[in-house]
Design a protein around this ligand. Structure first.
Ligand code: 56B
Length: 415
């Protein structure tokens, strides 16, 4: 080799160290930044704090009750009003629902006077009033879940939407105009960018939950749930995230609900989960903030206090999720070690430890232990199921008159 030719091996080492000419590796996994923003808010919060001991205790209680109730994705479709079919109609229903899934709380102190939807012989309030109104509209052959309908100002007139949300009381649905605008905007964006169908948004996300959340926030202003905190942009994306979660739960992790990174979805920062986290002793308010909440005084959307409530709640559920998975791993270890003791198989024959371990992993119907645990193919409890469980539990407490603190009052289209 002549003196002026460089040693090829040395060249390659140099290229690698400089990252030159490297084949393009896989693209970085999409992320929403919601969880890291929540951590930032929690670390810098003044009026909201978390109690570690109560959070640990709450995790244990939540996990025990989730197991007792066999809480899983199947719980979603079990709700009386939720759609049961696993088809495009349900995808459209879930999109419509989560475009409008915000701000049902009433200014009425007399419960009997608050906005309510009469459907199937019952009066539905809160979130369920929305689901009932949509089901009732479909029963009346109003195509309320169709983006083409949302676009057509001669078909979806203000009067038609008022008919859809007609109340069983004198109080009307809050933020009616904003809800109409959410539908109009979504109809326009779907028509202009996604060939008129939300299914194309799901395809574009390539089975990534984070990518679908980001696609919704980037393309639809009414999903762009962000704020400024300490001079930094923070993301909550509550309705975009719950839309992905509702798809995942409704389709039980398959078909239009299949996401390989579903664990990237956080708790949904609404007005019910902070309430139950405070009731459980996990989320603590400063005396002035607690007084504002107890006196039902409005907390301005985008204010520092509101952002701290939402961010700290997301972080609190993350800590609960981590503790539940620690408990789960501990219980798995304990179960596995007990398998090294004498094992009798289903036919009462003593079998070797290795066989026992293998046999125990495939339960009678051929599913693995994990699939049997929560019915969606993984043993880990994620923030979605914890969140759904907490919301449903808070609604039971409300029904039984066992709220110990009101939920905070922020009138907002974000939650
Ligand atoms: N974080 C979180 N927020 C949730 C839900 C749900 C309902 N999800 C169903 C689907 C699966 C679950 O099993 C639930 O049955 C509604 N919300 C929010 O609460 C508020 C409505 O409160 P109220 O007016 O009292 O009904 C409003 O901001 C609404 O957006 C949830 O699950 N998580």
């Amino acid at each position: 080799m002549s003196d002026d030719e460089a040693d090829p091996e040395l060249l390659e080492l140099l290229r690698q160290s400089l990252g030159l000419g490297k084949k393009n590796g896989p693209p970085p996994a999409p992320e929403t930044k919601v969880l890291q923003n929540a951590r930032f808010i929690f670390d810098n919060a003044i009026d909201v704090a978390l109690d570690p001991r109560s959070t640990k205790a709450a995790a244990r209680t939540i996990w025990q009750q989730m197991q007792e109730k066999h809480y899983s994705t199947k719980s979603w479709s079990a709700h009386e009003l939720h759609p049961k079919s696993k088809d495009e109609g349900t995808v459209d229903f879930i999109l419509t629902m989560d475009l409008l899934n915000f701000s049902f709380w009433s200014d009425e102190t007399d419960e009997s006077k608050r906005f309510a939807i009469e459907y199937r012989g019952q009066k539905w309030t809160g979130y369920w009033s929305l689901v009932a109104a949509l089901q009732r509209a479909l029963d009346e052959d109003i195509p309320i879940t169709s983006p083409d309908f949302w676009l057509d100002e001669d078909a979806l007139t203000e009067d038609v939407l008022r008919h859809v949300f007609r109340s069983a009381t004198d109080e009307q649905i809050p933020l009616f105009e904003e809800r109409l605008e959410c539908l109009r905007e979504a109809g326009r964006v779907l028509d202009e960018k996604f060939d008129g169908s939300f299914i194309n948004c799901i395809y574009d996300a390539n089975q990534s939950a984070a990518a679908l959340v980001n696609l919704l926030a980037e393309n639809f202003a009414c999903f762009r749930d962000e704020a400024l905190f300490d001079g930094r942009k923070v993301r909550f994306y509550k309705r975009a995230q719950i839309l992905v979660a509702d798809l995942w739960a409704s389709f039980e992790g398959e078909s239009f609900g299949e996401f390989h990174d579903i664990e990237n979805i956080t708790m949904f920062a609404d007005y019910r989960i902070p309430q139950i986290l405070n009731q459980l002793g996990c989320l603590l308010y400063s005396p002035p903030l607690e007084s504002q909440i107890r006196r039902l005084q409005p907390i301005e959307g985008g204010s520092t206090r509101e952002i701290e409530i939402r961010g700290a709640s997301i972080w609190c559920v993350e800590l609960i999720r981590q503790e539940i998975n620690r408990l789960h791993s501990e219980s798995q270890t304990a179960t596995n070690s007990s398998r090294h003791s004498l094992d009798i198989d289903r036919n009462g024959q003593q079998i070797s430890n290795l066989e026992a371990k293998t046999a125990a992993m495939t339960i009678s119907d051929g599913k693995t232990q994990d699939e049997n645990e929560n019915g969606n193919g993984n043993s880990r409890v994620n923030a979605i199921l914890i969140d759904f469980f907490l919301y449903d539990t808070m609604k039971e407490l409300e029904r039984d008159g066992r709220e110990t603190i009101p939920h905070h009052r922020t009138r907002s289209i974000w939650y």
